[in-house]
Design a protein around this ligand. Structure first.
Ligand SMILES: *Cc1c(COP(=O)(O)O)cnc(C)c1O
Length: 455
């Protein structure tokens, strides 16, 4: 295999061991020379960019030869509504997680909405969750007319700080929505202990945490139910798609009806002669989506292993750069999904270079990155919910006072993180060891040149 085709093969993501392969003497020349970037002029100051956009694994991965047959068969069959392939995907995903049951839906947001609805989380209820999450976690709570209550985050793990949950529990508290943000497990032992003590439900938002593990248990299988997203950017991409997993078979049966106009499992192909058992919408996955999902599942374990070893390697290098503090895993995490690689950026240690300028300098080197989430509780979508008739009917005026809500929801650690975080997307972690070294070298070089970049 030539260097280019070998590289292309690795780029396509078929190998979980790309780093090993490349470091075993097969390293190509252009890679080896560019390891010297730390003495070069940063790209933002007119130097050569360290990376080409084509260096990174193209996401989502799609292998024409391997992936397309199943998909084409399903499209050509004309059986497009949920049937055998969707069921196969559900069975496979449940088995990979060690969960009894899985139900697919149109996306992660609707997985959360559906399962919370079937767990009777509704108007008048409070759900405690993290402020450091994707907006969908919060929209799903609001969609059920419940009220999000924010517990501040742990500044080291960026996950909900379990020691801050108990003080927020009121007689209205019904559940904890435990988000494994960035694909890294939250402090589940303490969350489960508090939930048990106060008789609260735990729902896991594992929408970024495919195959992540806490104490050898897969994220999404620890609480009452877990939710996943298969949106295009996620580690298991279908474009759109989502799933609910649970060991409670009755709950999944209920969710089944809830995702299918109230029709139970036996009527999944849409028999209109049957009687419907509940008020419900319709949020079913299609056969060809499931065929894409099954293709993605074949490489998820190998990709996850690569992301873990690269993340660990990157952390070992970045932790020695002044002003960079890589995210720390909870002690009980046995595997990360690493949907995002995150670290804190300290502006002072970079001679006052603003985070946005630091991100620009990284982007100029060809490294995709961003500053991540914004503070959530000050956004208007919540006021919109609070102004609705159903909220006014179920919560006191005092609880719906939006200024007071904003005051109650203040989370200083989260606010700080929202100002300091830098994210690198998961497809970068599918690169080679040498690329991880180059990322560290680029950051070090920006640090060395911080003064010049600032001016
Ligand atoms: C992506 C995501 C969701 C929502 O999933 P969609 O499939 O995009 O609807 C929910 N929670 C978190 C944390 C996510 O990252």
């Amino acid at each position: 295999m030539s260097h280019t085709s070998r590289r292309k093969f690795i780029r396509n993501g078929s190998l979980g061991t790309a780093g090993v392969l490349l470091s075993s003497g097969l390293l190509n020349n252009s890679l080896a020379t560019s390891l010297n970037t730390s003495t070069a002029k940063p790209a933002i100051l007119g130097g050569m960019p360290t990376f080409n956009p084509t260096d990174w694994v193209k996401w989502p991965v799609w292998l024409q030869g391997e992936d397309e047959q199943r998909f084409l068969d399903s499209v050509r069959s004309g059986v497009w509504s949920r049937n055998k392939i969707v069921t196969e995907f559900e069975t496979t995903w449940a088995a990979m997680l060690g969960s009894k049951k899985c139900l697919t839906v149109v996306n992660g947001t609707n997985a959360l909405i559906t399962v919370m609805n079937r767990l009777d989380i509704g108007p008048g209820d409070e759900v405690i969750t993290t402020p450091y999450t994707f907006i969908a976690s919060i929209q799903a709570i609001l969609a059920n007319n419940a009220m999000p209550v924010f517990a501040d985050i742990d500044p080291l793990t960026f996950q909900i700080d379990a020691t801050k949950i108990e003080r927020l529990i009121t007689k209205r508290t019904k559940a904890i929505l435990a988000v494994h943000i960035l694909g890294l497990p939250a402090d589940m032992d303490n969350i489960m202990r508090i939930a048990q003590k106060h008789n609260l439900l735990v729902i896991e938002d594992a929408c970024q945490a495919h195959l992540a593990e806490y104490d050898h248990k897969k994220a999404g299988t620890i609480g009452k139910a877990g939710c996943f997203s298969f949106q295009n950017s996620k580690n298991l991409p279908i474009g759109e798609g989502g799933a609910i997993v649970s060991d409670d078979e009755k709950l999944i049966d209920q969710c089944y009806a809830a995702h299918n106009l109230g029709y139970g499992n036996a009527t999944s192909t849409g028999s209109i002669a049957a009687e419907s058992s509940m008020k419900a919408g319709k949020v079913r996955l299609t056969e060809y989506q499931a065929a894409i999902g099954l293709a993605q599942l074949k490489r998820l374990e190998a990709q996850t292993a690569t992301r873990n070893s690269n993340a660990q390697y990157l952390t070992s290098m970045l932790k020695d750069i002044k002003g960079i503090t890589p995210i720390k895993l909870n002690d009980k995490v046995t595997q990360g999904a690493w949907h995002l690689y995150a670290f804190r950026y300290n502006q002072e240690a970079f001679k006052g270079l603003a985070r946005q300028s630091f991100i620009k300098a990284l982007a100029a080197e060809g490294l995709p990155c961003s500053g991540g989430y914004k503070v959530m509780h000050t956004q208007e979508f919540m006021r919109d919910a609070f102004n609705s008739r159903v909220y006014k009917g179920f919560y006191t005026k005092d609880l719906l006072d939006f200024n007071k809500y904003r005051e109650r929801s203040k989370c200083p650690e989260n606010a700080l993180l929202c100002n300091e975080a830098v994210w690198i997307p998961q497809n970068v972690l599918l690169g080679t060891k040498e690329e991880m070294e180059k990322i560290a070298a680029v950051i070090k070089n920006i640090s060395n040149n911080a003064d010049k970049i600032k001016h």
